[in-house]
Design a protein around this ligand. Structure first.
Ligand code: GTP
Ligand code: MG
Length: 152
């Protein structure tokens, strides 16, 4: 069964949109699998967005994601359509970003882009604290997938 990892980004938490965003997944009928308020360590943010490392906005993105607590939610479903396009001004009304955000750099929510990444991200952030500490400690010497696989 497909899992999507959703993260309410720091701006969403600061704006008090956690309930609104989670509510949309619940009302749609998606099953919540995990939920956690979480201060993302820089190392994990860098791993999470490693594919964007060469982008000019990458340092801003890492600052943004680590700027305050995020809310991590695992849902059992494919949830990208509810989230909407990366640029909130291009996101359709009715989607979370289309309804609640205006800036790409402050787009309130993340959703994993494949079942594999969804599972990996759910495991990484919703794993218990001791597992997560171990995971973060190991990043660097080994590949991320290898580390995540050992944590499943
Ligand atoms: P995520 O669900 O967060 O992964 O967004 P996405 O899949 O819609 O977009 P992508 O993975 O390409 O980019 C990840 C995140 O980087 C986006 O959600 C934005 O927060 C940020 N980002 C992407 N493009 C830009 C940009 O041009 N400027 C800034 N400041 N941030 C950007
Ligand atoms: Mg993405």
């Amino acid at each position: 069964v497909e899992e999507t990892y959703i993260m309410v980004k720091p701006d969403g938490v600061q704006r008090g949109l956690v309930g609104e965003i989670i509510s949309r997944f619940e009302k749609k009928g998606f099953l919540l699998k995990g939920l956690k308020l979480f201060q993302c360590p820089k190392e994990l943010a860098e791993e999470h967005y490693r594919d964007l490392k060469d982008k000019s906005f990458y340092p801003k993105l890492i600052n943004y994601i680590t700027s305050g607590p995020v809310v991590c939610v695992g849902v059992v479903a494919s949830a990208r359509k509810l989230i909407g396009a990366t640029n909130p001004l291009q996101a359709e009304p009715g989607t979370i970003r289309g309804d609640l955000a205006v800036q790409t750099g402050r787009n309130v929510v993340h959703g994993s882009d494949s079942p594999e990444n969804g599972h990996r991200e759910v495991v990484d952030t919703l794993a218990d604290a001791s597992q997560r500490e171990k995971l973060i400690a190991k990043i660097g010497g080994r590949s991320y997938n290898e580390v995540a696989a050992g944590n499943r």
